[in-house]
Design a protein around this ligand. Structure first.
Ligand SMILES: [Mn+2]
Length: 348
């Protein structure tokens, strides 16, 4: 199915007036809205979607625009994983799978790339041999990318990176944030092999650091065996409520959304999506798969239900393409990121 120019209602696709320096590397033109901004994806009626470099949704790079309100950034880091490695290749896999994203979102009746300037900000450099240095670099990089008021959607990388991303988001918000955490796992464990900073521990560290508002925390989609019942006691002590994968199936999307909105209220909200929240049928390409997960449809519908909440940042992590098949996982992650971007464009 093609995308004709008629689909791209508010976006013209003539060349920018300000010269060749703003042209994408393959010579294609970006869509440019009436009035000069924002600049949209490369025009798919002129350059096929499978041609040219894979920025997220074929959007311009950060250095190709004067200012961006929503930035998509990759963090190719997976030195914090406990089982299958490979999420360092997640950002590029998600970008490749995002080539087919189109500029109109029917589910939200929104044109995110026309409403705000969205860009691909490239990757943050994270030391693969020094987790402490990597965490510091991600925090610093996120702070720099949000210094102008822009909001971030981060493509992981393993879940370790949620801690520095939360630090940066809280720094910008000026207060502890609400957190909706989509994941098969709690990620509030204490240590692995004596290590405190891993992909299974970011939200315990974040709680200890006072980054999270204990009245407004919720896991969604958790399931699978734990080490002991005490895991749940620790988690509850930090203030987390659990909407398990089974709860989503039994209660339904609308009821879950209502509960999440009630829990978050008007607080600044961070959303962290571990792609393993999806059933392995919907996301085989991940590090610690668990049977009995959400469908991609359920996840996307819950995310859309968060529209209007004060989303200050979000991530999609744990895509490990070496275990993927036919881009199933990367496509799901690209759509999750698209929905998160869309929500953010309505807040800037
Ligand atoms: Mn996780």
């Amino acid at each position: 199915m093609g995308v004709g120019p008629g689909t791209l209602r508010k976006v013209r696709h003539d060349r920018p007036a300000d010269g060749a320096s703003r042209e994408p590397a393959d010579g294609a033109s970006y869509g440019q809205a009436e009035g000069g901004a924002p600049r949209g994806p490369v025009d798919s009626s002129r350059v096929p979607r499978f041609a040219g470099p894979a920025t997220f949704a074929r959007l311009p790079r950060l250095d190709e625009v004067d200012r961006a309100q929503v930035k998509v950034v990759g963090v190719p880091f997976d030195a914090g994983v406990s089982y299958r490695p490979g999420a360092r290749f997640g950002p590029q896999a998600i970008r490749e799978a995002s080539r087919l994203l189109r500029p109109y979102h029917p589910g939200l009746d929104a044109e995110p790339f026309a409403r705000a300037q969205v860009v691909d900000a490239g990757d943050l450099v994270a030391n693969p041999f020094d987790t402490a240095e990597a965490i510091a670099a991600v925090e610093q990089g996120a702070l720099e990318l949000t210094a102008d008021g822009a909001r971030l959607v981060t493509l992981g990388g393993d879940h370790t990176i949620a801690l520095p991303l939360l630090r940066a988001a809280v720094s910008r918000a000026g207060r502890p944030v609400a957190l909706i955490h989509f994941d098969a796992h709690l990620d509030t464990w204490d240590t692995y092999f004596g290590a405190a900073f891993t992909h299974g521990t970011p939200f315990r560290r974040a709680s200890e650091e006072g980054l999270l508002d204990p009245e407004a925390l919720c896991h969604v989609g958790t399931r699978g065996p734990l080490y002991a019942r005490g895991d749940l006691d620790d988690d509850a002590r930090f203030g987390f409520e659990i909407v398990s994968s089974a709860d989503v199936a039994r209660r339904g999307v609308d009821d879950v959304v209502a509960r999440l909105r009630e829990r978050v209220g008007d607080r600044p909200l961070y959303v962290s999506v571990d792609i393993d929240v999806l059933d392995p049928a919907h996301a085989p390409g991940t590090g610690t798969p668990e049977a009995g997960g959400l469908t991609s449809r359920e996840l996307l519908e819950i995310l859309r239900g968060l529209r209007g909440l004060d989303l200050v940042g979000a991530d999609v992590v744990e895509v490990a393409p070496a275990y993927d098949h036919a881009e199933i996982t990367a496509v799901a992650a690209a759509h999750v990121a698209y929905d998160l971007v869309t929500l953010l464009t309505e807040l800037v």
